[in-house]
Write a protein that binds this ligand. Structure first.
Ligand code: GAR
Length: 206
């Protein structure tokens, strides 16, 4: 089944582009209905438009979290969306936002990619944090979102090694290459088989 996506971004948009490219190349059976950024300057908006996708900014500057989310939800309400895809969206989502996308089985139809092996190193600087900590193996996590930051049922993880010769930049670049393959792959698996969760009573709300 083709899945209808809304992609939320804040900056560069390289993960968003990996999704758009996979769709264009016929590797992902999905349609991106809208790309939305809280940052009007996001390069992601320019890139999305190059792919012919409707891309808008809902600036969060000067707005309370609730008011900003209200405006974001009003935009998303114009579309029939199967899944909200967070791709470098550096905003914490409120419970009210997530509730709008609640599946009957209790989880939220909001997916996120995070550049560490969660639950290690949540937050905005995961590559830096893992590198500085001195991990020998790191990885990428794709998970469903919940009210906590970089938290929720895990759908996929893929590891990569830290090499002795790595700088932070080379470490990040290797991780990002993993992200760009993993996110479209997980989305295609959802398009084909739906969302399949491993049992985890702590994370999956009923
Ligand atoms: C990516 O590395 C993504 O995993 C990370 O932000 C970057 C966005 O890059 N997300 C998080 O850290 C979420 N906590 P992109 O805009 O080029 O996709």
């Amino acid at each position: 089944m083709s899945i209808r996506l809304a992609i939320l971004v804040s900056g560069r948009g390289s993960n968003m582009e990996s999704i758009l490219r996979a769709i264009k190349d016929g590797e992902l059976d999905a349609k991106v209905e809208i790309v939305l950024s809280n940052n009007p300057e996001a390069l992601a908006l320019v890139t999305a438009r190059k792919y012919g996708v409707h891309a808008i900014a809902v600036d969060n500057k000067g707005l309370s979290r609730e008011e900003h989310e209200k405006r974001v939800l009003a935009e998303l309400a114009n579309y029939d969306i199967d899944l909200v895809v967070l791709a470098g969206y550096m905003r914490i989502l409120t419970s009210n936002f997530l509730q709008q996308f609640k599946h009957k089985e209790g989880y939220f139809k909001v997916i996120n990619i995070h550049p560490s092996l969660l639950p290690a190193f949540p937050g905005a600087n995961a590559y830096e944090d893992a590198f500085k900590y001195g991990v020998l193996v790191s990885g990428i996590t794709v998970h469903l979102a919940d009210e906590k930051v970089d938290h929720g049922p895990i759908l996929a993880q893929e590891t990569f090694s830290r090499l002795e010769s790595d700088t932070l930049e080379s470490f990040k670049a290797r991780g990002l290459a993993v992200e760009h393959k993993l996110y479209p792959k997980v989305l295609q698996s959802i398009a084909k088989n739906g969302i399949r969760l491993l049992p985890n009573e702590e994370l999956i709300k009923q």
